[in-house]
Design a protein. Sequence first.
Length: 245
Amino acid sequence: MSEYTNLNPSGHLLFDIARLNIEEATPLNLFGYNESVGTTYETIWNFGGPYTFPVSAVVMSVASSSAADTSKPIKVTGLNDKCEVISEIITTNAVDGTTPVAGTLSFYRINQVLNLTGTHAGNISVTNGGTTYGYIAAGEGISQACVYTVPAEHSIYLFRIDLNSATANSNQYLTLRNKTVSSTGLVVNTARATSATTQSSYDRQVPFRINEKTDFEFDCKSSNSTNEVAIFVEAVLLKNPWGRE
């Protein structure tokens, strides 16, 4: 069972988790946006379209859309083929940022991409075999994707979801869903909801649990035309008790 890591608890559980004051509990804030959500489901991530997960662990390459983005250290964080957390810093090409540079680790999943220094003029892509698995838009510094895979021996607990849209039109609405894929391949689409307002908030009094090794994402579609959509998810990553999944 998780315990306080020091003798100065605040009395507010989620605040203490954010302070890293609860053993084996880590705050997890997921955020993403999609500038052009159409009438079929798309992942809420800024590369656009449905997200594709690797079918096996592969070595990733990093490149920018701008030649000026030379020698940028890009931290890629994800999971190996055992769903254990791994990370690697891949530095963009020193002469031409558009030339892909391969890493050395094999990633089964990517949960975050981060530029560790300065700004970047172009879009940073993390790819393998022509498929983009991680993406940082120009000048943003961090990936903006509501896509996550739960590490082995852990679960995540969703507390709050905020959905935002630049489109508020009584004649069209957005449909949001939480898509999960288990380690055995079971696909479940849960918590589908519709919204025709600029902001919808879902505050779970009892958090929604997602098991270890599960892929999950938030997808969205529009009833008409295209919409810009953003999402913010507040969750806690917690190590499972011994003997339980």
